[in-house]
Write a protein that binds this ligand. Sequence first.
Ligand code: PLP
Length: 405
Amino acid sequence: MEAHGRPAADVLAEIDRRQALEPDVHGARLFGLVYPSGDHALEELVTAVNNRYLFGNALNPFKFSELAAMEQDVVAITGSLVHLPEGGGGSLTSGGTESILMSMLVNRERARERGVEVPQILAPESAHPAYAKAAHYFGMEVVRIPLDAHWRADVDAARSLVSERTAVIVASAFNYPHGVMDPVVDLAAFAAEHGAGCHVDACIGGFVLPFLERCGRDVPPWDFRVPGVTEISADVHKYGYAPKGASVVLHRDSDWFLRQVFMYEQWGSGLYGSPGVAGARPAAPIATAWAVLQHLGVDGYVRIMRGLLDTVDQVRGAIDALAGVEIVGDPIGPVMAMRSDTLDLYAVGDVMDDRGWHLNRNTDPRGLHLMLSPAHANVRDELVADLRDAVANHGESRGKQARYS
Ligand SMILES: Cc1ncc(COP(=O)(O)O)c(C=O)c1O
C-alpha cells in the first residue's frame, strides 16, 4: 500500500489506462462473458441505480427492508416467467454457480434424509462445471450422463446410471457448450419415478426461453409446468441484461427453500440467517436487477429478443452455408457451436483473434463457440464476413487451448 495515498485523479487515470487494455464490454467483440443489450437508456438507468446502492449491504433484510422487498420482487417476477407454482420459493444469488450450489445443497439434504451418505448428482456431460464444484464442496459425487447423437443428455444412458444414491438429475435448458436443450420432460419424469430431484439449469435459458416462446418459436416444455422439475436456476445477469451478481434459484416447494437458509445463534450477537454462500451481500446487483426488470417489462424483453433472433438467424444461416463447417446439434437460441471434419477451426479462431474477435474454443467436439448478444446486431455483417474469410484463408493452428476461465 502507498504510504501517503494517491490523488483521486491519479488513481482514476490509472484505472482508465488499465481498462483501455481490457476487452471493450460494449464493443460486441466478446462472446459469453458479457451480455450487452445495446440499449443505452437501459445502461444509463443501471448505472444510476448502481450508484445509489453501491455502498448498501443486503445481509440484514430488517435494516435494508426496501432492498429485501426488491429481492422478493425479482424472485417473484422470475418465478412467474418460469411458472413457479403457488407455494414455491427461492432467492437471489450472486450468479449461476451460487444458484446451482444452493440447489445441490438442498438436494443433498433431501437425499441424506432418506439415508444416502454420499449423494450423487446425475448430470449430462455438457452440464456446467458448477455441478462438479457443488459435489466438491458438499461431499457429493457427479455421475456423467453421456450425450446422444444430437448432443442432448441420453435418457436411456441415464436410466442405466441411476441408483439409490441419485439425489438429483440435471437437465440444461439450454447448455453452454452447444446451446442445446436436454430432454427435460423425460429426465424429470424419470427423476420423480426414482424419488430424486430434477434441477433445470436455465442459467442462460431462463431469460431467453420465455421470450422465444412469446416470439412464436417452438420451445419444448422445460420449466415448472413439467411435472418432476424441483429446482430451476435462471440468471438475470446473463440474458436478463442486469450487471453481474444476480441469479435466481427457485424451488417448487418453499420448505425446500428454507433448507437453503443457514441459521445460527451460538455466538454473542444474536440470530444470524443467510440464504446463500456470502455473508455481507452487495446491494447494487439486487437494485439493478430489479430496475432492469421493471424498466423492460415483458414487452421490452420481447422487443430485444426479436432483434436478437434476427441476428441469430442470419449468423446461423451464414455458418450453415460455410463449406466444411457444421453447427453442433440443434441449438435453440443465441448459443451455438461449430465443428468440422475437414478444417482446423482452432486455426480459423486464430484468424478471428487477429481481427479482434474473442471467439471461445470448444473441445468436444473440437471447434468454435458463439454466444450472441443483442449488441452483435451492430457487427453482424462484419462478423460473418470475417468468419467466411477466416474459413477460406487460415494457416496452421497456433495451438491456443480452449479456456473458459
Ligand atoms: C448453462 C450455465 N449454467 C451455469 C452457469 C454459471 O453461471 P455463473 O458464471 O453466473 O456462475 C453458466 C455460465 O456461463 C452457464 O452457461
